[in-house]
Write a protein that binds this ligand. Structure first.
Ligand SMILES: [Fe+2]
Length: 302
């Protein structure tokens, strides 16, 4: 088919998918072409604007290194990553009903997921409950505690929390040339599903702005910041794992996270305490904070 107008051009591009052996690939490509053609027509894209877009995407790829993923940052700041997270958790919940909303059988909704972000580093040390996972890391000490249960409220012993955050100034270990791991650990719940550990109170921080995504954010006059948060990947056998954050209540940018990661159910009050004996018996010679949060995992078995 030789297209003679705009509609026929779209039809010709879609017809080429007829020979694709993978039906899911064909479905995704069909939708992509349909929306891409509609987008170009809707804004009446000029040749110089098309070229500017090509150059932007080229620069996005060229900015990627083994330590920096500018395309994920682009996806994050366009809301695409969070859309995938939301849909994936809805799908994973299956018969159990949507996470974040009671399904009639569960006594508590599953913990909501959010973006993983670019700073996960596999292989963090496995430490016992009560450990300080951020010794020497800049920041105000914070006692984290809570439980991991299923959506019926039954405690999950031996559940794994894979934890990471930036420091109290918003800097991740991976961003420091040559630095080893800090403010990272894997901790397992005790026989009653409880966890507790020490780290620091995380600060808000900007995503990298010296690349094409930074220029895009400047172009729309949006700040590049994420509100203060600590990352957790929580898992247990026969339960859907959840990759999520705990956000510091009252942190700057809580209402305007540049990557749309905030969910109200993940905002946690950090309580201030004077120096003295902490809940786990540790004697603190300086003021500290505490944060309490219970995680709930959706069973995957019948
Ligand atoms: Fe983060």
């Amino acid at each position: 088919m030789t297209p003679s107008n705009e509609d026929e051009l779209t039809q010709a591009a879609l017809q080429r998918l007829d020979g694709a052996p993978d039906p899911r690939f064909a479905q995704i490509m069909r939708s992509l072409i349909t929306h891409l053609h509609a987008f170009v027509r809707e804004v009446d894209l000029r040749p110089e604007e098309w070229m500017a877009g090509i150059e932007f995407l080229t620069a996005t790829g060229q900015t990627c290194t083994d330590k920096r993923q500018e395309f994920i940052l682009l996806s994050d700041t366009l809301g695409a990553s969070m859309m995938v997270v939301m849909l994936d958790q809805l799908r994973a919940s299956g018969r159990g009903g949507p996470p974040g909303r009671p399904d009639g059988r569960s006594v508590t909704p599953a913990t909501e997921a959010t973006v993983q972000g670019p700073y996960y580093w596999a292989g963090a040390p496995e430490l016992p409950c009560g450990a300080d996972i951020a010794p020497g890391t800049p920041g105000e000490p914070t006692f984290y505690s809570g439980r991991v249960t299923d959506t019926q409220g039954q405690p999950l012993a031996g559940a794994l929390l894979d934890i990471w955050s930036g420091d109290g100034e918003g800097v991740y270990d991976m961003q420091v040339e040559g630095a080893g791991m800090s403010a990272r650990a894997r901790i397992r719940t005790d026989a009653e599903g409880r966890y507790w550990f020490w780290s620091i109170k995380p600060s808000y921080y900007p995503v990298p702005v010296d690349g094409p995504v930074g220029r895009m954010l400047a172009g729309i006059r949006h700040h590049p910041n994420r509100p203060g948060h600590i990352h957790m990947m929580v898992s247990a056998p026969a339960h859907a794992p959840v990759t999520t954050h705990l956000f510091v209540a009252g942190t700057p940018y809580i209402d305007s996270d540049v990557v749309y990661g905030v969910r109200p159910s993940l905002i946690v009050a950090f309580e201030p305490h004077p120096a003295g004996r902490a809940p786990d018996g540790r004697v603190m010679d300086q003021p500290y904070w505490s944060a309490h949060y219970d995680f709930h995992l959706q069973p995957t078995a019948a």
